[in-house]
Ligand binder design. Structure first.
Ligand SMILES: C[S@@+](CC[C@H](N)C(=O)[O-])C[C@H]1O[C@@H](n2cnc3c(N)ncnc32)[C@H](O)[C@@H]1O
Length: 349
């Protein structure tokens, strides 16, 4: 595929552009970006599977979590919940279908940058292109932060250099641009080098997730007292990046397969980056997705599903089929080598 004109123009007019600018155009350009033209989470029509798209169980557990947090907050009405990266609105649909106790008070705001995905949001929610002004009691985001564009840096023999993207014949190529000495201290802060005790070896690349940091600052800033931001994602402590090649933590996906190099086929593949910890305005409380789902009642929902299936197995209806599918959904959501290995970070109580 030819390189989209917006990217071609940016690299030609501005010289090598930052990786985040490239990633932003490749994924989110409103005319040619991956998420504006074809990309989405999901099974047959999607490019990658997310917990939300595994089935209705994840939304049912989130509904339990919302009820717990609503109780803890003293049952406010309205109970304002913002979902970042709502995609086509599947989490909202499954949450509402689970009929949480907080349902009558629930005011759901769905934030999705892609217009075609936003257009598929269900009735009964308010859709936004960007985070609303607030205030909110809960801000939740599944697999948003890893999709927010990152800047990349490499430690060379002469100090840190930024990995930029430039024109190369008909295609694109990485260009290493030394960090000016005046900027070195600020870049070290953005890379959170204070959080890594071991020596960073020459040749090591690290991400600077500036847009994820900025999004988290804004999301936490929306919260009512006692409110929380809950992000489920591929988090990785900074120390665990050391010794890894960048292709272990900047990945591409297309039609459920790993894609090529991030500069190959821009706008035709998703580009994600593991989210470096620490991230956010304060240190979050972190647990595995399996622990989080366990705390909010996944096992009980599976047991209820088994019982409903057993009662109706001789003459199963749709409810029985859905109940039965909870068993395999739970296996997928709790698999420590799969979605269960994701982390959940929470800012707030
Ligand atoms: C990996 S998908 C996850 C979708 C959904 N949360 C799920 O779990 O199935 C990431 C989504 O984030 C959206 N996105 C990216 N940047 C965004 C932003 N700044 N604000 C809102 N949505 C954004 C993308 O368009 C895409 O739909």
């Amino acid at each position: 595929m030819p390189i989209p004109e917006t990217i071609q123009r940016a690299v030609t007019d501005e010289g090598p552009i930052s990786f985040s600018e490239f990633q932003n155009l490749a994924l989110y350009d409103p005319d040619t970006g991956f998420y504006a033209t074809q990309g989405q989470a999901g099974g047959r029509r999607g490019d990658f599977m997310t917990s939300v798209e595994v089935g209705p169980l994840f939304g049912a557990v989130l509904a339990n979590a919302l009820d717990t947090w609503w109780d803890e907050l003293g049952r406010p009405a309205p109970f304002v919940v913002v979902e970042g990266a709502a995609g086509v609105g599947t989490l909202a649909r499954t949450l509402l279908a689970a009929r949480p106790r907080c349902g009558a008070a629930l005011e759901l705001h769905l934030v999705e940058i892609s217009a075609p995905l936003r257009a598929q949001h269900p009735d009964g929610v308010t859709s936004h292109l960007d985070l609303p002004e607030g205030p909110a009691h809960v801000v939740v985001a599944n697999e948003l932060l890893d999709n927010l564009p990152v800047d990349l840096y490499e430690l060379t023999a002469n100090g840190w250099a930024e990995v930029r993207v430039g024109a190369h014949g008909e295609g694109l190529a990485e260009v290493l641009v030394p960090v000016p000495s005046d900027d070195a201290a600020a870049v070290a802060v953005d890379l959170r080098l204070d959080a890594v005790e071991q020596r960073v070896p020459t040749g090591q690349r690290l991400p600077a997730p500036r847009r994820a940091e900025a999004w988290l600052v804004r999301a936490v800033g929306l919260l009512e007292p006692g409110g929380r931001v809950v992000a489920l994602d591929y988090f990785r402590p900074l120390a665990d990046f050391i010794g890894l090649e960048a292709d272990a933590w900047v990945r591409t996906y297309r039609h459920h397969h790993r894609g090529g190099h991030p500069l190959d086929d821009p706008s035709q593949q998703d580009i994600t980056c593991d989210v470096r910890l620490p991230v956010g305005p304060t240190d979050p409380r972190t647990s595995s997705q399996a622990e989080f789902l366990g705390r909010h009642g996944i096992q009980q929902l599976v047991e209820d599903g088994r019982r409903i299936w057993a009662e109706k197995a001789a003459n199963p209806d749709l409810e029985a089929m859905k109940a039965r599918s909870r068993i395999s959904e739970a296996e997928a959501l709790l698999d420590p080598d799969g979605l269960g290995g994701f982390s959940v970070c929470q800012w707030g109580p």
